[in-house]
Design a protein around this ligand. Structure first.
Ligand code: D41
Length: 362
């Protein structure tokens, strides 16, 4: 209630989800049939996992920035958007419609997010769970001087209202135009023919997921031609001509069933979380590392807790958070053993080391 509500002149639609190649085939089938065509040209772009924002330009000057909100009503965040280097205050090139609304996603690159959280922690301030929450929190600051210190990046992905001028005839050309007038757009965008080629883009982007500097949660596949888009129209709140092909989530919630202790080659004792099996990062996970005793203390995790498990790329699944606020009653903590689970020797801990070891050299 601290921000002024604004009504979007054109609603910001949502996206239908697809979870496999068969959904993309059905998407093409439906749309091609409606248009009386056999194959369609698609523009495929990474689905950035950030916060949607609308920027309104009058005669090339930024006059309003708003969050998406529920798609109909958003919040006025002009004072904060103005502090972002990637939000042009004035459009470049001189060749733009009198009124132009640019839509896109506000993200924080992962490396900048880590630095930002380290800084917050160093100042004794609270840290953010992930880059998306950090972006949302940074845009909702009352003091734009705080927003200005946050590494926010705006990436344009479409236009809304256009009056007093015209735009190119396709989505991919519009993205090039947006880049020409001063916006950042995704370099991973590809124009392809047919759903199999679109699905191949999905595979390529999924393989690169860890190398890409921002979090992405899928690929948005759009019918490229604007004429075709308007013939297809939309149902309820989502266009028929676009779909979000989702990647497997990298974080899920599950239950911690117990903790086992394993003795490694060097004698270090590693706590291993036994989990209620959960599908995360594309595989079913039933174990996760808890690293060491300090990590168990830091997480304040209890047996029976709901926990957030993360599996990104091929790294060992980790517990990133224990959802202590969901505990119905006191639950038992995790007791680190005093003796080796394999040979019963007394365990030792060096003062300058995180690891607790079994020193039985035999
Ligand atoms: O990268 C994204 N998150 C993204 C979101 C994208 N690349 N394209 C999008 N296109 C649309 C339509 C087709 C409706 C113009 C979107 C979104 N919408 C969207 N973002 C939040 C809700 C919907």
């Amino acid at each position: 209630d601290q921000f002024t509500s604004v009504r979007h002149k054109l609603p910001m639609l949502s996206l239908d989800n697809a979870f496999g190649g068969e959904d993309i085939e059905a998407f093409q089938e439906r749309n091609a049939n409606k248009l009386g065509l056999s194959i369609l040209t698609f523009c495929c772009e990474p689905k950035l996992d950030g916060v949607a924002m609308s920027l309104l330009y009058e005669d090339g000057v930024l006059v309003r920035a708003a969050t998406r909100g529920d798609g109909t009503m958003g919040e006025d965040i002009t004072h904060n958007a103005r502090t972002m280097a990637t939000v042009p205050l004035r459009l470049q090139g001189g060749d733009y419609p009198a009124t132009l609304e640019v839509r896109g996603e506000v993200v924080i690159p992962r490396n900048a997010f880590k630095r930002m959280n380290d800084k917050q922690a160093g100042l004794g301030e609270s840290v953010f769970q992930n880059p998306r929450n950090a972006a949302a929190g940074s845009l909702r600051q009352l003091d734009p001087r705080i927003t200005a210190t946050r590494p926010l990046v705006f990436m344009a992905y479409s236009v809304g209202l256009v009056e007093g001028g015209s735009l190119p005839g396709s989505h991919s050309e519009t993205l090039s135009y947006l880049s020409h007038i001063g916006f950042k757009t995704s370099k991973l965008t590809e124009v392809v023919e047919g759903w199999q080629a679109a699905e191949a883009v999905v595979d390529r982007i999924l393989k690169k997921r860890e190398q890409i500097e921002v979090d992405i949660d899928g690929v948005v596949i759009k019918v490229n031609d604007f004429e075709q888009q308007s013939l297809l129209g939309f149902v309820a709140r989502a266009p028929r001509w676009a779909i979000a092909r989702k990647f497997p989530a990298e974080e899920e919630v599950t239950t911690l069933l117990g903790v086992d202790f394993q003795v490694g080659r060097t004698g270090a004792i590693t706590p291993v979380a036994r989990l209620q099996p959960v599908f995360v990062g594309g595989v079913t996970v039933s174990n996760a590392t808890l690293h060491n005793a300090d990590e168990i203390t830091r997480l304040d995790v209890r047996i029976g807790d709901q926990v957030i498990v993360r599996r990104a790329g091929d790294v060992i699944p980790q517990i990133v958070k224990a959802l202590g606020d969901r505990r119905a009653s006191e639950l038992p903590g995790v007791a680190f053993p005093d003796i080796c689970p394999d040979c019963s020797a007394t365990l030792t801990r060096d003062l300058d080391e995180a690891a607790i070891r079994c020193d039985n050299s035999l």
